[in-house]
Ligand binder design. Sequence first.
Ligand SMILES: [Ca+2]
Ligand SMILES: [Ca+2]
Length: 185
Amino acid sequence: MAYHSPYRPPPQINQPADQGFLWNIFQRVDKDRSGVISDSELQQALSNGTWTPFNPVTVRSIISMFDRENKGGVNFNEFAGVWKYITDWQNIFRTYDRDNSGFIDRNELKQALTGFGYRLSDQFYGTLIEKFDRQRKSQVAFDDFIQCCIVLQRLTDVFRQYDTDQDGWIQVSYEQYLSMVFNIV
Ligand SMILES: [Ca+2]
Ligand SMILES: [Ca+2]
């Protein structure tokens, strides 16, 4: 087994293409005009391409990635990062949704994750689909695809801290195992 750093978007937007454009979006999403976009405001603004609400767990993951002061939302500056992050994921999703079905099936997921540097067995792709397919279609929508990639990356990061020789195997004690899990949950 070999793995490399999967795709990781830059933490900060370098040169906002058009501040005015972003500001308009920010104001529309910030429904209560608090100057901060909350989980529910972002969730309402996002579409997963189906008629179901955007995965709240994915929304929370994204907000917490950019919310530097732990205020439960993102201000305008942080929103620029959120916007770029989601746009990047949209491009990736479209790239790997080869049949344009609006869903990532098992084969497409395999191509995507292989492209990010993961080396996983066919059986494990079945496990991933089962875990992240919220709509029970044997494939994953946009929001669940992001969530799948975020979780996989977090778990891989923790594993790698212990896999110092990078051979894909680790030996951990009970307490080390608990520490690993506490890093994630
Ligand atoms: Ca708000
Ligand atoms: Ca597809």
